[in-house]
Design a protein around this ligand. Structure first.
Ligand code: NDP
Length: 449
């Protein structure tokens, strides 16, 4: 006889015991389990097949040594990983992160989240994530190239267009994808869609660069529309100044919102006059091309720079955390709520701590969780895979239309599963249940494997 559904504390205790010291992973599982356990209590078929417990155990984790030589001839040793979490609905898919802060726990949390996110897109993609503790900051192009080549010398055995298709993430942009793809091609002798986020010259999709940030704003627009609100004239606080943050800011500005802040790992800038298109172009060149520091913005445009701080104390209507995990804590959440924030939408993966997330849900504000709101990037990656298979290249406008519809569709799924009897939509619950249901049904069809 299968046992009753466990309560959240018992379930999480088991996860913690099986994954000692992996706090980020346990946090991500708990965020999902708090909604899924009550849901499966009413759906015994999922409970009896132990679906959630199975999704919370990655299919496999590959861990490997990456040796490379720096410009001074020193041999350097890093660790690489690929976490293949679940391929029930399609080949594994998820980015690669190169950052000093990468651990197995961080990649496991990201691969777990990715499974639900990819399911929400409706495209046939399973969940994975990978990367290395290699820190690309301050490294020469040649050093980054040698590292990428060595990393791919092992990774290529575990990936392929029908098995696992990595992409970029923090620290892995077009430069790194180019080196990784070049090495894959050299090792296998095959040109195939094994990586997404490629440059347009060799099979990349138009709009992929902008897709995550634009998608966040499209999702936010849908949330506001459902409340008869719009973006025109709203003040917005954005954190980060990487791919996601800058394209989210670009779309906010285009929609008539006033963007007040951007940040990096040194601190945040506050421009009371608002960051306009021209200033944003300057930041793009600073951060994406010259790999400079956001503090330079303050000198250039006479704005404030707050060293070592996050921007959540700044009064705003909308907050988009777009830098990294756990960057918005309980104190930040309280400051935003005290300032009557209207909507918080997550551009980064798990940027809100568990307590911040609970505070937003309790307060009943519009709170868009990452697995729904930032799914636009991987969705366009899915479209890049389709274009590569068909050997075609779609135009920007067509892809933007498809991205808009995808984000509307994800919003619709969140509303359907997350709406309460009082009409209030809990987007976190909606995203968790909608993402879970599709993966769970596929797993049920496969039996116990
Ligand atoms: P980038 O590497 O382009 O940018 C990351 C930004 O975050 C940089 O501004 C970086 O500052 C800042 N940052 C990193 N660590 C910290 C920290 N500890 N405190 C404050 N700021 C920090 O990455 P992306 O924009 O691609 O990714 C950002 C987030 O979005 C990540 O959580 C990623 O997983 C998620 N995401 C990205 C997608 C994509 O398509 N790129 C898709 C879906 C999710 P600095 O310059 O100092 O390093």
């Amino acid at each position: 006889m299968p046992q009753d559904t466990p309560d959240l504390a018992t379930f999480i205790e088991g996860v913690r015991k099986r994954n000692p010291g992996q706090d980020e992973f346990v946090q991500a599982v708990e965020d999902v389990a708090q909604d899924i356990l009550p849901f499966v209590a009413d759906h015994p078929e999922y409970h009896e097949a132990e679906i959630l417990r199975r999704i919370a155990e990655p299919d496999r984790i590959v861990s490997f040594r990456v040796c490379w030589e720096d410009d001074d001839g020193n041999v350097r040793v890093e660790r690489g990983w690929r976490v293949q979490n679940n391929n029930a609905v399609g080949p594994y898919k998820g980015g690669l992160r190169f950052s000093r802060s990468v651990t197995e726990s961080v990649l496991k949390f990201l691969a777990f989240e990715q499974t639900f996110k990819n399911s929400l897109t409706g495209l046939p993609m399973g969940g994975a994530k990978g990367g290395s503790n290699f820190n690309p900051k301050g490294k020469s192009d040649r050093e980054v190239m040698r590292f990428c080549q060595s990393f791919m010398a092992e990774l290529y055995r575990h990936i392929g267009p029908d098995t696992d298709v990595p992409a970029g993430d923090i620290g892995v942009g077009p430069r790194e994808i180019g080196y990784l793809f070049g090495q894959y091609k050299k090792l296998t002798g095959r040109w195939e869609g094994v990586l997404t986020g490629k440059a347009s010259e060799y099979g990349g999709s138009k709009l992929r660069t902008e897709a995550t940030g634009y998608g966040v704003v499209y999702f936010l627009r849908e949330m506001l529309k459902a409340e008869d609100e719009g973006l025109e004239g709203k003040s917005a606080v954005v954190s980060g100044s990487g791919n996601v943050a800058l394209h989210a800011a670009e779309k906010l500005i285009a929609e008539g919102a006033k963007v007040l802040t951007l940040s990096d790992s040194d601190g945040f800038i506050h421009d009371k006059n608002g960051i306009d298109e021209e200033k944003l172009d300057w930041v793009k060149s600073l951060k994406l091309k010259k790999r400079g520091r956001i503090s330079d913005y303050a000198d250039k445009f006479d704005a404030e720079f707050h060293q070592g701080e996050a921007p959540w104390q700044v009064d705003c209507d909308i907050a988009l955390p777009c830098a990294t995990q756990n960057e918005l804590d309980e104190k930040g959440a309280k400051a935003l709520l005290d300032n009557d924030v209207l909507a918080v939408v997550e551009g980064a993966n798990m940027p809100s701590t568990a307590k911040a997330s609970q505070a937003f849900r309790r307060a009943g504000i519009l709170f868009g969780p990452a697995k729904a709101a930032n799914a636009g990037g991987v969705a366009v990656s899915g479209l890049e895979m389709s274009q590569n298979s068909e050997r075609v290249s779609w135009e920007h406008e067509k892809l933007d239309r498809m991205l808009t519809e995808l984000m509307q569709d994800i919003h619709g799924k969140c509303v359907e599963e997350g709406v309460g009897e009082d009409g209030h939509v809990d987007y976190v619950r909606g995203a968790n249940i909608a993402g879970f249901r599709k993966v769970a049904d596929a797993m049920l069809a496969f039996g116990v494997v």
